[in-house]
Design a protein around this ligand. Structure first.
Ligand SMILES: NC(=O)c1ccc[n+]([C@@H]2O[C@H](COP(=O)([O-])OP(=O)(O)OC[C@H]3O[C@@H](n4cnc5c(N)ncnc54)[C@H](OP(=O)(O)O)[C@@H]3O)[C@@H](O)[C@H]2O)c1
Length: 346
């Protein structure tokens, strides 16, 4: 059967803040059968993950585009790949059969042709909503878990600061840190987000960074005895302020620097004398570094979810055509928790 597959693409490279006018919805005929002799898997897309790193793929150039295969540049007009959940409609690959539920690299479209060598796995929802496998049990969760336990190497009682703390990775990092026995303060961009952190997610304290005129003194107020661990999702001034408030042998785990993605002039310049004299470690990481702890991550996190010790915070918008606004919203702070677009029912 042939369908007309609707998909979202960029019209031009996006350098700066993304706008609706950068995106377009296109349509192309697609045969819902695997080309004979190919290992193609044809997937009906159900949910796609909306992630900040895609902006760096949309730029005319970014050092991230050459770093690793999943961050390669996106060519205007081409279909955009993204992590998601789908259902197999046809398969030339012996690993998959029609109607299998799958999770992996699909597209910002109604259907995906998944080529051999692309990450795609059968999905066992384990009794959880399918969307959890894009957030709390997916790469957001793995980034938070690996970033906190493997990179920060926490000790009980240490003081942890998390930025973009109500976001997909940030809220989970804070929850892991609390469950482990740390003192946790998060910052986020609205009153509603601050309340969520303190009242529902168990953070010891939280503040709205948009109301602070001096981030260094704000952090001094929240951490009078200094910060041991900073989980950085934001970069720039926030990273500088955190480093200025770090204790000796403090660790900064750089998960992402979202405030720098849409502003080429914005860069973190932490006081390097603090880094030297306080022997601070600043280390970046990628979720893919933690595949060796994936099984531990899934069993620990699913136990916490089942016992109610951890909450999954999701922000799901229906409709393929809403992918651009969902994506743009990440850079305006519209989302609370994991941003996902629902494309279709099973
Ligand atoms: N290393 C990895 O493997 C890996 C994996 C996943 C994500 N990441 C990174 O982790 C960070 C969070 O990603 P996520 O998927 O969890 O997204 P998210 O936090 O769910 O969404 C982005 C949030 O960032 C905040 N934000 C946007 N622009 C900002 C700015 N200029 N200054 C301060 N905060 C800003 C907004 O919240 P507020 O309302 O609080 O401003 C927004 O809701 C990103 O930097 C991302 O690139 C890295």
């Amino acid at each position: 059967m042939e369908v007309s597959n609707r998909y979202i693409t960029i019209k031009t490279h996006v350098d700066g803040a993304p706008k609706e006018s950068h995106f377009e919805l296109k349509t192309a005929a697609l045969l819902l059968s695997a080309e004979s002799g190919s290992n193609d898997v044809i997937v009906k897309n159900l949910y796609v993950s909306i992630d900040p790193y895609q902006i760096n793929r949309m730029k005319s150039q970014s050092s991230s585009q050459k770093a690793i295969s999943f961050s390669v540049g996106i060519t205007p007009g081409e279909i955009i790949d993204a992590y998601g959940v789908g259902k197999v409609v046809a398969s030339g690959n012996p690993r998959f059969e029609k109607d299998d539920l799958v999770v992996g690299v699909i597209t910002w479209g109604e259907y995906s042709v998944v080529k051999e060598g692309t990450i795609l796995n059968k999905l066992d929802p384990m009794g959880f909503p399918q969307t959890y496998h894009l957030g709390v049990l997916g790469f957001s969760g793995l980034s938070a878990y690996g970033g906190f336990f493997e990179v920060c190497k926490p000790k009980k009682g240490e003081k942890v600061f998390v930025s973009a703390a109500s976001g997909s990775v940030g809220n989970l990092d804070g929850q892991y840190a609390k469950l482990f026995g740390c003192y946790v303060v998060g910052c986020a961009g609205s009153k509603q987000k601050v309340e969520l952190l303190k009242e529902k997610l168990g953070f010891d304290d939280a503040f709205n960074y948009k109301e602070e005129t001096d981030l260094k003194s704000a952090l001094k107020r929240y951490f009078p005895n200094g910060i041991d661990i900073y989980f950085d999702n934001v970069g720039a001034e926030m990273q500088e302020a955190a480093v200025a408030n770090m204790n000796a042998f403090g660790r900064v785990a750089v998960c992402g620097v979202i405030s720098e993605y849409t502003d080429a002039g914005k860069r973190a310049a932490p006081e390097m004398l603090d880094v030297v004299y306080k022997r601070i470690t600043i280390r970046g990481f990628l979720a893919a570094d933690f595949m060796n702890v994936f099984a531990d991550f899934i069993s620990t996190t699913s136990d916490h979810l089942r016992t109610g010790n951890m909450q999954a915070v999701e922000d799901i918008t229906p409709g393929l055509e809403n992918i651009p606004s969902a994506f743009i919203g990440l850079f305006r702070g519209d989302n609370i928790g994991k941003k996902i677009v629902k494309i279709a029912d099973e």
